[in-house]
Write a protein that binds this ligand. Sequence first.
Ligand SMILES: Nc1nc2c(ncn2[C@@H]2O[C@H](COP(=O)(O)OP(=O)(O)O)[C@@H](O)[C@H]2O)c(=O)[nH]1
Ligand SMILES: *[C@@H]1O[C@H](CO)[C@@H](O)[C@H](O)[C@H]1NC(C)=O
Ligand SMILES: *[C@@H]1O[C@H](CO)[C@@H](O)[C@H](O)[C@H]1NC(C)=O
Ligand SMILES: [Mg+2]
Length: 393
Amino acid sequence: MTIARPVRALIVAVVFAVCLLVMHFAGSSPSKSSVFKLDSHERDPNLDPTHEPEGLLRRTSKGYLPGPEGTERINATLLALVRNEELNGMLQAMGDLERTWNHKFNYPWTFFNDVPFTDEFKRRTSAATKAECFYEVIPDEHWAKPGWINEDLFQESVKMLKENDIQYADKLSYHQMCRWNSGMFYRHPALEHMQFYWRVEPKVHFFCDVDYDVFRYMQDNNKTYGFTITLYDAPHSIPTLWPETVKFLAEHPEHVHANNAMDWLTDRVRRPDHNNKANGYSTCHFWSNFEIADLSVWRSKAYEDYFNHLDRAGGFFYERWGDAPVHSIALGLFEDKSNIHWFRDIGYQHIPFFNCPNSPKCKGCVTGRLTDGEAWLNREDCRPNWFKYVGMG
Ligand SMILES: Nc1nc2c(ncn2[C@@H]2O[C@H](COP(=O)(O)OP(=O)(O)O)[C@@H](O)[C@H]2O)c(=O)[nH]1
Ligand SMILES: *[C@@H]1O[C@H](CO)[C@@H](O)[C@H](O)[C@H]1NC(C)=O
Ligand SMILES: *[C@@H]1O[C@H](CO)[C@@H](O)[C@H](O)[C@H]1NC(C)=O
Ligand SMILES: [Mg+2]
């Protein structure tokens, strides 16, 4: 059946007008719109009242006193990779975490740097906590660009990454940092006796009083990884990460956990554009500037094999694979997904994103607001994916 030309023109015009209308309404309240409202009828769970878990050890008079003799603390540390120049940002982040949580529990801080920390850095960070502080230099063999990385190919790759607007692509140290956070930090001798860590970056914020020992929560509930925010990644920073992962899985199918989150990793419903450019990976990842995790995840045979495969493939340098997608893919494949925990009760910000719960314990952030940046940033939120495939446990 053919449609007369004037009718066809009318249909086109109506469709066009409807599109404009939809775009208008979608964009009309940018600061309040989030992916929960744009893409579905789900409600942002941060709007629901948050309570602390029951039945956990609270701070006790003696057990969490500072110093090596703490009796209630388990082997865990606050962990920061940081540069001497970032001292002020570090003090700000430490101040927030000490005020809201650590002054009650006095977990030690472990600082890592590729060069020695200055005396001023040590003096002023030590003064910001009652807990013990350790200052560690990263051995060259953990930080240096590996010998199999071809310098010319690296330089060529940087140019292509820059054409695709990949931030920091031309900073060798950024590539090194991503690789260290992916596969090296847990090998440092200073962490040998540690079981859990909480990663903290300079300049991040913590907003909510937390009155329970989160490390003990992890241990008592068999949790191996905790996050606050999940985001889509820039697909051009990881075009071959998923193809390399698929190759790895063909060689090592034994590492895949029966209760994995493969459907979360490969989702293409909300952002098919990302999934296409990243060749099969949704790019949804735990935003790893915050992570509370069990080091045994990274020390496992599965992760060792996986990291070595990726490291040899070269994408930490020829692309700009971040530790966030690398950790997230590994967790989604090799971990029991029910052991991964959303810390909805820890109010957190790393520019430009927040996790801001609905709780009287929180001050300084706006409940349920993901960003105070431009409205399009809300589209980067992929928590609905995690909730859809895994839940909120
Ligand atoms: N010591 C040291 N720390 C670094 C270096 N590059 C990045 N970092 C740290 O790695 C973390 C991530 O870097 P950042 O610049 O915040 O990257 P972004 O969060 O991705 O924008 C921060 O804790 C930085 O302090 C480096 O070359 N040396
Ligand atoms: C905790 O660390 C101490 C040394 O710092 C060690 O003796 C102990 O075995 C560790 N515990 C575990 C469970 O690793
Ligand atoms: C944690 O795992 C152990 C050993 O598999 C099990 O006995 C225990 O019930 C689990 N605890 C929780 C809270 O799931
Ligand atoms: Mg940062």
